[in-house]
Design a binder for this molecule. Structure first.
Ligand code: B3K
Ligand code: ZN
Length: 884
């Protein structure tokens, strides 16, 4: 909790190298939920790069018992304890500190540092949790070797784990035991971890390509041992993939994944001891959906890939966070795509990424918390684990690959590791490696790291029939932010041209390379540039920004005819999907305006026919068809409006869905039956795609259901052999408004022992259009609800505030009051989770004046609260201050 009233802003430009470096850390833990003793023996030496001879240690919520320097106890006057820093001035060049502190893990509800979850001990140190365990220079550029001794009651905590290798274990008096772990690699403190718990594991010996054998373990509570297969399989796939694609081998003899039910985010890449939210480990067909399976594969991969991108090469300071996160997201995206293995499967993953960017990152980049991929300042670093750092960061990394090719990208990665293994570096070092390995000038590319905001690229075209040339003029601009004038970005724009028959024309540009290809990557560097294509015999339809080659908004005045042409023929699946989204968006915006004006609503037959043709085109992947038929979300529509009217958007979108459902009923029914997946459940992409399309059809069929459709859903609910189908049927029933109560009840009865399924049960109710704030308050009274568990809090509250816009923005502002109340309540328990909830109000200035007034009042109520964390304070003060 904040002790003074003005939280400090930390600036990238103020970076100074650490005054002392740490060689070794020996930690001893006497674990006890109420009173854990931590003994820390750390050897430090002065850093020649620093002018200061002061040792600066961070510590939070610690009780200092003893402090010794080079064997002698330090008295009160020999060090300064100021808030959260302990300073020893004018220290000797070589220092051994022995520090004994006390902490109370059972009282730690922040889930940062050492805490207790369901009676077991876990840690979370990134970004600044290690200072809640012991006094330490808790910054990522201080890398040291760790030895850890754990002591705990053997009956209560039979399993004692930490980073690296187990070197010793044995019995102690009084029913206690110990385990000693040694991590052979230097690491920053944020990668430290321990687990002391009653857990069991699935384990396996696995042979690396080099022939070395490693031990892989997935640790869970006993009742969950039937849900670890997929995580183990994903881990093995990740290890193999990183060897094959990047030549990177697992550097440890032992690699552990541990699942915990109380966790602030998805998972954590602690060296050799990844700690995971149960949501990204536990799966079997009965409890997990296809989306859950895909999430497990991606997150297991992500954390494993951090072992090289993050752990072996880490960040100099937290402003460089995207150095490891953007790169590792890119790596996990490529891993998931390669696991599917087909071009159309790869495109489906790419479309999903574009949807996430538009749903979450573009709004963030246009709102009060906008920041560059490498921020210049922050108040609370935990607020910067954002979609910009992660997903836009991954887009920036992807652009290197688009610019230099797959082989060039690999060369850049090789050089990056050759130069920086074992170091804590900056985003610029990665860019330099990519540039140097490929002999490219990537200096302008730096702006992707330093400038916030989503660039808009406006395209215009000109066809000269006589000269047979086609010109594309691209003009870029990016709204200047409060403190930044934007300079042009270096933007790769992949382009193809379709002939009247729908086929790609072979391309001939002024550049000499890549002649005759179907797609070329134009490099836009100036504010405006024209690119010429030769030998174009007919006016083509341009397919611009193929594969979403840059995280920008593309504006081009497509006619409906051109969009329909692209929607039926584009060889690039991402742009084919995109054409459908453009067709839908134009209509949704008109319909929303009509709703607001009280005008009649209509939907043209051309659009319906295009949707029908796509739905029944069996030559297309079902997964692709499902994505192409999902209309832009209410949030994405809102981003396109000058003044957001959530109810009008909802009504318009529902009208379009209802109209499509009525017009396409026979086709939907046919697809429902054609895409069944009988037999044993498999999470593979083809089966998952079939289920997705089938369940989309079911959702449509239940918009205005008659008895026959209701019967379909009821039967699917009762007979489903997997959670994907069972949950989809239940959601369809809830949305249809018919007899959902009984089904919700029986679903709960069946799964009340499965925490992750109970989360789904709350989530599907929270996001249902019929659920108002009063219903949410009532759900909070349910015995299974608790604010203390982040997954549970998110399942109900976040799914309401972020996933149910027409109810969250109820005209009377009552849901904003609810929001304020729960930001404050959560903040007292867990500032990180509270600050995430606080972000639900980011875009408040874009709503109608009446809604804005309510939102401002709610924001002010939170801001005025006496005991706010820096986390929440930063978010709400930026929201109130921002001009956007
Ligand atoms: N690196 C962690 C995130 C830590 C978040 C701290 N608030 C998970 C990941 O990105 O892999
Ligand atoms: Zn990560």
């Amino acid at each position: 909790m904040r002790t003074d009233s003005s939280p400090q802003t930390i600036f990238r430009k103020d970076y100074l190298p650490p005054s002392y470096l740490v060689d070794t850390v020996e930690l001893g833990f006497d674990l006890d939920p109420a009173r854990t003793i931590v003994a820390n023996r750390v050897t430090l030496r002065h850093n020649p790069l620093s002018k200061s001879r002061d040792i600066v240690l961070h510590g939070e919520e610690l009780e200092l018992v003893q402090l010794r320097m080079n064997g002698k106890p330090l008295q009160a006057g020999q060090y300064e304890l100021n808030g959260n820093t302990l300073t020893i001035r004018k220290a000797p060049l070589a220092v051994v500190l022995e520090i004994e502190t006390l902490t109370a893990p059972a009282k730690n509800t922040t889930l940062s540092g050492l805490y207790v979850s369901n009676g077991n001990f876990f840690t979370q140190c990134e970004a600044e949790g290690f200072r809640r365990i012991t006094y330490f220079p808790d910054r990522p550029d201080v890398m040291a070797k760790y030895t850890v001794m754990l002591r705990a009651d053997k009956a209560l905590y039979p399993v004692l784990l930490s980073n690296g290798n187990l070197v010793e274990q044995g019995e102690l008096d009084d029913g206690r035991h110990y385990a000693k772990w040694e991590d052979p690699f230097k690491k920053p403190s944020y990668l430290f971890a321990l687990v002391a718990a009653r857990l069991v594991c699935q384990e396996e010996r696995y042979t690396l390509q080099s022939g070395r054998e490693v031990l892989l373990q997935v640790w869970v509570e006993e009742g969950n041992l039937d849900k670890t297969d997929y995580a183990m399989q994903s881990l093995k796939n990740s290890i193999r993939w990183d060897e094959e694609r990047f030549g990177l081998e697992l550097d440890l003899d032992r690699f552990m994944i541990v699942a915990v039910g109380d966790f602030n985010m998805g998972a954590m890449e602690n060296k050799g001891l990844n700690i995971f939210n149960t949501k990204f480990v536990l799966a079997n067909p009965r409890v997990a959906t296809d989306v859950d399976y895909a999430g497990i594969e991606a997150v297991v991969g992500h954390e494993y890939f951090h072992n090289w991108t993050g752990n072996r090469v880490t960040c100099r300071d937290w402003f460089q966070l995207s150095l490891k996160e953007g790169l590792t997201v890119f790596r996990d995206q490529e891993f998931s795509a390669d696991m599917i293995g087909t071009d159309s499967g790869r495109a489906v993953t790419r479309i999903d990424q574009v949807r996430t960017l538009r749903q979450a990152q573009f709004p963030e980049d246009a709102g009060p918390m906008a920041h560059p991929v490498r921020p210049d300042s922050f108040v609370e670093i935990n607020n910067f684990y954002t979609v910009t750092i992660y997903e836009k960061g991954a887009e920036v990394v992807r652009m290197y690959q688009t610019l230099v090719g797959r082989d060039g990208f690999r060369k850049g990665m090789d050089l990056y590791f050759a130069r920086h293994d074992g170091q804590a570096v900056e985003c610029d070092d990665f860019r330099a490696a990519m540039a140097d390995a490929n002999g490219r000038d990537l200096s302008q590319f730096e702006r992707w790291y330093s400038q916030a905001g989503t660039p808009v690229v406006r395209a215009e075209t000109r066809y000269d029939a006589a000269a047979k040339t086609f010109d594309i003029t691209l003009r870029q601009h990016c709204a200047a932010s409060a403190d930044q004038q934007q300079l042009p970005f270096h933007i790769p724009v992949a382009v193809g041209l379709l002939g009247a028959d729908g086929r790609d024309l072979p391309l001939k540009t002024d550049a000499q390379d890549r002649q005759g290809h179907a797609t070329v990557v134009l490099e836009l560097r100036r504010e405006e540039q024209t690119f010429r294509f030769h030998d174009i015999a007919e006016r083509p339809t341009p397919s611009i920004l193929r594969d979403f080659s840059a995280p920008v908004v593309l504006e081009y005045d497509y006619s409906d005819a051109e969009l329909l042409h692209l929607f039926s023929h584009d060889s690039d699946p991402v742009n084919r999907w995109e054409a459908g989204q453009r067709l839908a968006m134009a209509r949704l915006l008109k319909l929303t305006a009509a709703v607001a004006a009280g005008a009649p609503l209509t939907l043209d037959d051309t659009f319906i026919a295009a949707q029908r043709a796509l739905l029944v085109d069996d030559s297309l992947d079902p997964a692709f068809r499902e994505l192409a038929l999902i209309l832009p979300s209410e949030t994405i529509i809102a981003e396109r409006m000058a003044v957001v009217e959530p109810q009008a958007i909802h009504t318009a979108r529902q009208f379009m869905r209802r109209t499509l459902a009525a017009a396409l009923k026979p086709e939907l029914l046919a697809q429902y039956h054609a895409n069944q997946t009988p037999g044993a459940y498999s999470p593979d992409a083809l089966s998952a795609g079939k289920r997705a399309l089938k369940n989309l059809a079911l959702a449509y069929l239940l918009i205005a259901p008659r008895e026959a459709e209701l019967a379909l859903a009821r039967r699917q609910f009762a007979e489903a052999g997997n959670m994907t189908d069972r949950a989809a049927a239940l959601v369809a029933l809830i949305h249809s408004g018919s007899d959902a109560g009984a089904h919700l009840h029986s679903f709960y009865q069946d799964f009340e022992q499965e925490a992750l399924v109970v989360d789904k049960w709350f989530a599907m109710q929270a996001a249902a259009p019929g659920t108002d704030v009063a219903a949410v308050r009532q759900l909070m009274e349910h015995p299974a609800f608790t604010l203390k568990n982040p997954n549970r809090a998110r399942s109900l509250i976040f799914n309401f505030t972020n996933g149910n816009p027409s109810q969250f923005h109820a005209a009377d502002g009552s849901a904003y009051e609810f929001w304020a109340e729960h930001v404050i309540k959560l903040d007292a328990l867990n500032p990180q989770v509270a600050a995430r909830l606080a972000r639900s109000m980011d875009r408040w200035r874009r709503y109608t004046p009446a809604l804005q007034a309510h939102m401002q009042r709610a924001l002010e109520r939170v801001a005025a609260h006496a005991r706010l964390s820096n986390d929440v304070l930063e978010v709400v003060s930026k929201a109130l201050a921002g001009a956007q």
